[in-house]
Design a protein around this ligand. Structure first.
Ligand SMILES: Nc1nc2c(c(=O)[nH]1)N[C@@H](CN(C=O)c1ccc(C(=O)N[C@@H](CCC(=O)O)C(=O)O)cc1)CN2
Length: 298
C-alpha cells in the first residue's frame, strides 16, 4: 500500500518552464535579442541524442535561440575544445552545454574546463564548482538544483534537516551535497565504500539517491516520514517478450513509498526538472552577460 505523497516533478517543471517563457520577452525588449543556448553532442549515443533533441525543443518553446552542434564519435579532443572556444567567443550564445558522457577516448573534465564559466549553464566547470563550494553566486548543475527546488517546494525551509546524498558524482552527488549544506542541512555523503549504508539512510529526514543502481534503496532503510528524491534512471531487462524493460530509479519505489512522507517517481520526478533548470540557468546567464539584474523568482 502506498502511503507517500508523490512529488510531481513533471508538473513542477512545466510550471517553471512557463514562468521562464513569460520572462523571455522582457529580456528581448531590453537587449533586442533572445537568450541563446548551444548544446554540443559528440558521437551517436541514442539516449544522449534524445536528451539533446528535447533540450533544443524546450529552448525554442521558451522563446530562446537554440544552437545544436554535432561532432562525430571520432572527434578529437582538439576538435571538441576548438568548437567550445568558438562558442565561448560567440556573442549570440549565453549558455553552453556539452552533453555527457563523451566517447571514451575523450577527456570530459578537460573539455568541460574550457567552457567560459559565465556561459557554464551546466555548472560543471571547476570555476562553477568552486563558486558553489564557496557560496559565491555562479551556475549550479541542473539536476541537483531541480532536486533542491522540489525539496523546498515540499518542505519549505530545510534548515536543520538531516540529509543524506547517496552517490558522489560530479554531475549530481557532490553539487547536491553543497546545495543542501547551503540550505543549512546537516549533510552525510555516502558512496560505494560507506559502511552500513542502511543505518545511515535511516537517520535522514531527506534522502537523495543518485547511485545509478536500480532499486537499491529499500523501504526498511527509510525513516518514517522522510522525503525521498530519486535521481536514478535505470532500464530493467525486458520482461516476457516486451520490447523494452521498465524504467526504474535507484529507489525501490513500492517499499519506500509505504514508509516515506513523500517521494519522486521515475519517470516524471527529477528528470523533467533537469531541462527546466537548464532553461532557468540560460535565462540567468543571459541576464548576467547583458549586465541586467537576475530575473526575479527563479
Ligand atoms: N551535460 C550533461 N549531461 C547529462 C546531464 C546533464 O545534466 N548535463 N544529465 C543526464 C541526462 N539528461 C540531460 O542531459 C536528462 C536525463 C533524463 C531526463 C528526463 O526527463 N527523464 C525522464 C524519463 C525519460 C525516459 O523515458 O527515458 C524522467 O525521468 O521522467 C532529462 C534529461 C546525463 N547527461
Amino acid at each position: 500500500m502506498t502511503a507517500a505523497q508523490v512529488i510531481d516533478g513533471k508538473a513542477f517543471a512545466a510550471g517553471l518552464r512557463a514562468r521562464i517563457a513569460d520572462a523571455v520577452p522582457a529580456f528581448k525588449a531590453a537587449t533586442s535579442r533572445a537568450p541563446g543556448l548551444a548544446v554540443v553532442l559528440v558521437g551517436d549515443d541514442p539516449a544522449s541524442a534524445v536528451y539533446v533533441g528535447s533540450k533544443g525543443k524546450a529552448t525554442v518553446a521558451a522563446g530562446m535561440e537554440s544552437f545544436e552542434h554535432r561532432l562525430p564519435a571520432t572527434a578529437t579532443q582538439d576538435e571538441v575544445e576548438a568548437l567550445l572556444a568558438r562558442l565561448n567567443a560567440d556573442e549570440a550564445v549565453d549558455g553552453i552545454l556539452l552533453q555527457l558522457p563523451l566517447p571514451g577516448h575523450l577527456d570530459e573534465q578537460a573539455a568541460v574546463a574550457t567552457i567560459d564559466p559565465d556561459k557554464d549553464v551546466d555548472g560543471l566547470t571547476p570555476v562553477s564548482a568552486g563558486r558553489l563550494a564557496l557560496g559565491i553566486v555562479g551556475m549550479v548543475p541542473c539536476t541537483p538544483y531541480g532536486c533542491l527546488l522540489l525539496l523546498q517546494d515540499r518542505l519549505g525551509d530545510l534548515s536543520g534537516k538531516d540529509a543524506i546524498v547517496v552517490g558522489r558524482s560530479i554531475l549530481v552527488g557532490k553539487p547536491m551535497a553543497q546545495l543542501l549544506l547551503g540550505a543549512n542541512c546537516t549533510v552525510t555523503m555516502a558512496h560505494s565504500r560507506t559502511k552500513d549504508l542502511p543505518a545511515l539512510v535511516r537517520r535522514a529526514d531527506i534522502v537523495v539517491a543518485a547511485v545509478g543502481r536500480a532499486e537499491m534503496v529499500k523501504g526498511d532503510w527509510i525513516k518514517p516520514g522522510a522525503t525521498v528524491i530519486d535521481v536514478g534512471i535505470n532500464r530493467l531487462p525486458p520482461a516476457d517478450g516486451a520490447a523494452k524493460g521498465r524504467l526504474v530509479g535507484d529507489v525501490d519505489y513500492d517499499s519506500v513509498a509505504a514508509v516515506a512522507d513523500a517521494i519522486t517517481p521515475v519517470p516524471g520526478g527529477v528528470g523533467p526538472m533537469t531541462i527546466a533548470c537548464l532553461l532557468r540557468n540560460t535565462l540567468v546567464a543571459a541576464h548576467r552577460r547583458a549586465g541586467l539584474a537576475d530575473p526575479e523568482g527563479f
